[in-house]
Write a protein that binds this ligand. Structure first.
Ligand SMILES: Nc1nc2c(ncn2[C@@H]2O[C@H](COP(=O)(O)OP(=O)(O)OP(=O)(O)O)[C@@H](O)[C@H]2O)c(=O)[nH]1
Ligand SMILES: [Mg+2]
Length: 288
């Protein structure tokens, strides 16, 4: 599945309705466009800002103006990063069932295809079957894995994994974690410990702390991003399950409100179904 296909539902909701409105010229038009953007989960303040940008624009140019504003908004937040020192450690966090383990499998595949040496680590010691699930991915994409056993201390699993990645000269270490609700402070605390232990090994690690969110969650994903960001500091968002949702606009709300860049889009369950985020492609697929 491609990006265009994945964003089909969000787009058809949005474009069809906006197109219907554009023929009109009455004073309530902008208000109605704002409502549509909110319905597509752009978030209230983003929708307001976008509509304000249309105020002195001819209605036939609304579309192109919206596209330009969105691309600007999404690109503005994209950080220019220095080349990190290997191993690049990516810690994947998020609430239960959002797609963390699957995203890691797909990300590992993406990196392995680029010729990178990839190690996976199973830091989910809570859910039965979690280690096996990641092991299956490792086998499927042909990369190594550090496993753990049920009930083990996830921080020490992470610590050992960083050790292994260094001794084996890995380019990337992708660490899976157990799903946790952002409102459960004991579980959030445990995750913080995991990150702290990793940075004790080397202070620039982990270079990425990535929150995986389920795109169909809509605005609650923004709450998740806020909490996780307050607790451990996020460097990026992976937006999973973008296929089959009409709430794709949520990506924009997260970038705008929290300034955290979207790094990846998950558009299916197969290994090739993860694509690097690109603002222009995303906005085009959203409106076209
Ligand atoms: N359609 C679709 N399904 C996905 C995507 N990403 C993950 N899934 C599915 O979502 C379900 C949950 O995915 P997991 O990767 O196990 O989620 P998780 O966050 O690791 O779950 P826990 O470890 O239990 O918290 C699985 O059935 C995945 O195949 C995606 O981008 N698109
Ligand atoms: Mg998992």
């Amino acid at each position: 599945m491609g990006l265009r296909e994945a964003l089909k539902k969000t787009r058809s909701n949005l474009s069809k309705n906006i197109r219907n409105l554009l023929g009109r010229r009455d004073p309530s038009l902008l208000g109605e466009i704002e409502d549509l953007l909110i319905q597509a989960d752009f978030g209230v303040s983003t929708a307001e800002q976008l509509v304000e940008s249309l105020e002195n624009v001819q209605s036939q140019d609304y579309y192109s103006r919206l596209e330009k504003e969105l691309i600007y908004l999404l690109n503005e937040r994209e950080k220019k990063k220095q080349t990190p020192k290997p191993p690049v450690v990516e810690l994947y966090v998020g609430v239960n069932g959002v797609g963390k383990t699957t995203t890691i499998g797909k990300r590992g595949y993406m990196l392995a295809k680029e010729g990178k040496k990839v190690l996976l680590a199973s830091g989910d010691t809570y859910r039965t079957g979690a280690v096996e699930q990641l092991s299956k991915w490792a086998k499927r994409i042909g990369v190594d894995i550090i496993t753990s056993h049920y009930g083990a201390d996830s921080a020490s699993v992470a610590f050992d994994a960083v050790d292994a990645a260094e001794t084996r000269n890995m380019d990337y270490l992708l660490i899976d974690t157990a799903g946790r609700l952002h409102t459960r402070s004991n579980l959030m605390e445990e995750m913080r410990k995991m990150k702290r232990v990793i940075s004790k090994k080397r202070e620039d690690l982990p270079q990425e702390t990535i929150l995986v969110v389920d795109a169909s969650t809509g605005q609650n994903a923004l709450e998740q991003a806020k909490s996780f960001n307050e607790f451990i500091g996020l460097t990026g968002i992976a937006l999973a399950k973008l296929d089959g949702t009409a709430k794709g606009g949520m990506a924009i709300a997260i970038v705008k409100e929290l300034g955290i860049p979207v790094l990846f889009l998950g558009i299916g369950e197969e290994e090739e179904d993860l694509i690097p985020f690109n603002a222009e492609d995303f906005v085009c697929a959203l409106f076209e």
